[in-house]
Ligand binder design. Structure first.
Ligand SMILES: Nc1nc2c([nH]c(=O)n2[C@H]2C[C@H](O)[C@@H](COP(=O)(O)OP(=O)(O)OP(=O)(O)O)O2)c(=O)[nH]1
Ligand SMILES: [Mg+2]
Length: 133
C-alpha cells in the first residue's frame, strides 16, 4: 500500500496548542488533530506545512522546526506524519473550513480523542523539558 506523506503542525503559544476536529466524513473523522495535510508532488514538507496551515487554519507560519516522524498503518491507510513545531506565526488560527478549533493546554492533550498515530506525538510533547510548566 502507498504511504501517504503528511505535513503536520503543532502550533504552539505559551504552553498551549491549537487543535482542530476532523470532519466526520474524513479518514479518522470525528477525532481531534494537529492541522496539516498531504505533501504534494514537488513540494518540500515545509512548503506543504505552510500551505496546509494557511488553508485549514488561516495562519502564516513564520518559524517552524522538525519535531518527529511517525509512521502508522491504519489497515485501510498507511501514513507517514512529518510533525513540525510551529513556534511563530502571523494571524489568529481558526477552523477556516468550518471545523471546530481550540487552544488547549499541552498538559490536557491526553484528554482529547486523537487518531492512534498521535499517541507518540502527545507522549513526546509531554516529556519535552522545554515545554514543562
Ligand atoms: N492533519 C493530520 N492528519 C493526521 C493526524 N494524525 C493522523 O493520523 N493523521 C492522518 C489522517 C489522514 O489519514 C492523514 C491526513 O490527511 P488529510 O485528510 O488531513 O489530508 P489533506 O488535508 O491533504 O486532505 P485532502 O484535502 O487531501 O483530503 O493523516 C494529525 O494529527 N493531523
Ligand atoms: Mg488535513
Amino acid at each position: 500500500m502507498k504511504v501517504v506523506h503528511v505535513a503536520v503542525g503543532v502550533i504552539l503559544r505559551k504552553q498551549q496548542v491549537f487543535i482542530t476536529l476532523r470532519d466526520a466524513s474524513l479518514h479518522q473523522g470525528g477525532k481531534w488533530e494537529f492541522p496539516g495535510g498531504k505533501v504534494e508532488a514537488g513540494e518540500t514538507v515545509t512548503q506543504a506545512l505552510i500551505r496546509e496551515l494557511q488553508e485549514e487554519v488561516d495562519i502564516q507560519v513564520s518559524t517552524s522546526q522538525p519535531f518527529m516522524l511517525v509512521e502508522h498503518d491504519y489497515g485501510d491507510k498507511q501514513v507517514k506524519l512529518d510533525i513540525h513545531l510551529v513556534m511563530d506565526f502571523i494571524g489568529e488560527p481558526h477552523g477556516r473550513e468550518g471545523q471546530q478549533g481550540r487552544w488547549v493546554a499541552l498538559q490536557s492533550l491526553p484528554d482529547y480523542g486523537f487518531p492512534e498515530a498521535n499517541k507518540a506525538i502527545v507522549d513526546k510533547l509531554l516529556c519535552e523539558p522545554r515545554f514543562s510548566l
